[in-house]
Design a protein around this ligand. Structure first.
Ligand SMILES: [Zn+2]
Length: 247
């Protein structure tokens, strides 16, 4: 059984994505971002081994920043060290995916109920931007990461509006984990089926309406049914692919 990521994320002061081009990124950060994107996107399949040498060739970086990035990715729960062989991408099991959805179903509908009627204008603007694929916040990003960034922004925004910064942190942390699971499922989903993120708003408009009108019950119900739907798709895909996953 895989271990849970060990660290809760630190509350992020600046949530701005690529728009804010401030300080130049260090090579360590660059290595970290590359490898994390590989893990999240499913390019590095769950349960597979990755090595310093392979990563340094792939990204054209020396081994030192790669090594530092790998250590951080272990601390953050995305990789597991394997003595003298390298690092293994955190395995993805049906039990783990169920656990992730169970936690999300516990937290997110609750925050939606609590946030109803408490959406200030700034939050409304943020939530509306998250529902709009053409919004400037997502321009210049690849469609997949943009979708997940917007989705996280939406749900974390609701959790913040619920009044609990801790719940907002937990929702953000759960979304980081869910992104890998959902991207893997979307990638493995048969071509006859639409991608999970083809439907950008996937019911967010209705949730926002309920929040704005102060209808906590409806917001809670919609948040729950949305999660139940993606859980069904994910579990179905994981069942189909179970024997191909190197777990
Ligand atoms: Zn959503």
């Amino acid at each position: 059984m895989s271990k849970e990521p060990k660290k809760m994320p630190k509350p992020k002061g600046q949530q701005k994505k690529p728009a804010a081009k401030a300080a130049p990124r260090s090579l360590k950060d660059e290595a970290y971002d590359h490898i994390l994107e590989g893990v999240r996107s499913g390019k590095f399949l769950p349960g597979t081994m990755i090595t310093e040498g392979q990563l340094s060739t792939k990204y054209g970086l020396s081994k030192a920043p790669i090594r530092t990035a790998l250590t951080r990715l272990v601390q953050d729960g995305w990789l597991e060290p394997v003595s003298r062989r390298g690092h293994r991408v955190k395995p993805l099991t049906i039990a783990d995916a169920r656990d992730l959805f169970m936690t999300r179903k516990l937290v997110e509908p609750f925050t939606a109920r609590m946030a109803a009627g408490r959406i200030d204008p700034a939050t409304q603007e943020l939530l509306e931007a998250a529902c709009d694929p053409d919004h400037e916040n997502w321009q210049g990003m690849d469609p997949e990461p943009a979708f997940f960034a917007a989705n996280k922004e939406f749900h974390v925004g609701i959790a913040k509006a619920s009044g609990s910064i801790r719940l907002a942190d937990i929702v953000g942390f759960l979304h980081d984990e869910a992104e890998r699971v959902l991207r893997y499922a979307a990638q493995q989903h048969g071509s006859a089926e639409p991608n999970l993120y083809d439907d950008w708003a996937h019911g967010h408009d209705e949730i926002l309406d309920a929040l704005m009108t102060g209808d906590g019950k409806t917001a809670e119900r919609l948040a729950r049914t949305g999660l139940e739907k993606s859980e069904r798709i994910v579990i179905e895909v994981l069942r189909e692919k179970a024997e191909q996953l190197p777990i």
